[in-house]
Design a protein around this ligand. Sequence first.
Ligand code: IPE
Ligand code: MG
Length: 240
Amino acid sequence: MSVAPPRHVGVILDGNGRWAAQRGLPRVAGHAAGEAAVLDVLEGALEAGIEWFTLFLFSTENWQRSADEVAFLMKFCDDLLLRRGHELVERGARLHVAGDLSDPRIPDSVRRRIEETRALTAHNTRLNLVIAFNYGARREIADAARVLAADVAAGRIQPGDVDETALAARLGVPEMPDADLIIRTSGESRLSNFLLWQAAYAELYFTEVLWPDFNRTHLAEAIADYQRRERRFGRVRESR
Ligand code: IPE
Ligand code: MG
């Protein structure tokens, strides 16, 4: 029996710094090398018929890295969208952003480029590409709770109607479905504040491959592994 591919795949890109260190290169060379992996897995996601693909590009904790590395990552994101943004349009991918773009630490050029690409791809329907940028899941959930509280205070919703659906409708990208599969590269087995709400029932896949070496074949392996698993959502085993 063939099992459907995951509808929503989230990826925690990790290992760029170690990839560079192994070659005696500065950390940022690892980020630059990670570009090819981003583009290749995007092709892989399109080939696999994934509907939602979320990439953890910059976390709320990443600001603690050196000023040089942060500046590189900001510029890199801007550059990547400038140079490859049109491919998103051609491929039928729609860009969404999870995370706080209003943060004053984000350069205006980056904010503008992201907004531009979002507008340019708004009508695409083949694949929803979410970049988690200045993103942290606890923050996302707390923000949704604050909006809910304001809605309750304004009488738009009764306290008794505050439930999972009401909170989920106020998350960063409300249309985003639950994550089915979360992949993390570089041998770390943690979620690190990524999609905590959406990953409640996600299958987790950890691989030793460092992000710059990751490609669509690795993605296909992760998907095949997912398709061999039995997802029960707390129910008892179903005969199949
Ligand atoms: C992931 O690689 C890149 C980002 C999400 C910014 P790292 O920069 O975390 O690489 P390691 O963990 O130091 O090897
Ligand atoms: Mg890391």
